[in-house]
Design a protein. Structure first.
Length: 228
């Protein structure tokens, strides 16, 4: 499997390719070999990007997509038509070679490789998780506790000690806030209870007669001449 230099996959370092830990685990589970294209190697890059260029010229123009699922659905329909056409260089239809390609492939492992994005953190006081520039609400009952956030192409889930405390549909827009109604209500109740606890107690303060100070200092008050 050949790939370009993507930070999530690996890089060239000291004249040798170096894969990330996550990429190594994924490659090992599938029993595949990962080759990172060298810098300034247009021939290798051409093998990787040729199919991308074909889709950009033949599939993307004039199309609109509402979600990643809609993109995949339209792409599946497009490839079904494209693979049924006779290819001049191959001398046959691409779909005629699919069975032979599948027979040459290795079987998938019994345990699926880990995919998606995972991260552990302490839930802040505003009980929101930020992922890919968007904020997703979490049950405020776990504020200050360690949570595990998991995201794939369609869902964002948050777990705390094995319990699901948030689940949202993943947004592909930028700088959006996703709030679940139950999380908002629980957050308001939590803030109200906290205000009640820290609210200062009002006490009655006695207003002392000023004549008491005159008496304490040994002063006599004359109605006509003032203090003596």
């Amino acid at each position: 499997m050949g790939v370009g230099r993507e930070s999530a996959v690996g890089r060239w370092r000291a004249r040798r390719s170096e894969l990330t830990g996550d990429c190594q685990a994924f490659r090992g589970m599938l029993g595949a070999k990962m080759i990172i294209c060298k810098p300034a190697d247009p021939e290798a890059k051409g093998l990787v990007e040729r199919f991308h260029d074909y889709l950009e010229r033949s599939f993307l123009p004039g199309r609109r997509f509402t979600s990643p699922a809609d993109f995949n659905s339209q792409l599946t329909e497009f490839l079904a038509r494209a693979n049924s056409r006779r290819h001049r260089v191959l001398g046959c239809r691409p779909m005629d070679r699919i069975d032979a390609d599948r027979q040459a492939m290795l079987k998938l492992p019994p345990v699926r490789p880990v995919t998606g994005w995972q991260h552990s953190m302490r839930l802040p006081r505003d009980h929101y998780l930020r992922f890919d520039s968007n904020d997703y609400s979490v049950d405020p009952a776990v504020i200050g506790r360690t949570i595990q956030a998991r995201a794939d192409l369609s869902r964002v889930q948050v777990w705390c000690e094995g319990q699901l405390v948030a689940e949202h549909q993943r947004l592909w827009a930028r700088h959006q806030t996703v709030s679940e109604f139950d999380h908002l209500v629980a957050g308001r109740l939590l803030r109200r209870d906290r205000v009640e606890v820290v609210r200062p107690v009002q006490t009655e303060v006695e207003i002392r007669n000023l004549a008491d100070y005159d008496t304490a200092l040994g002063l006599s008050v004359d109605a006509d001449h003032g203090a003596a």
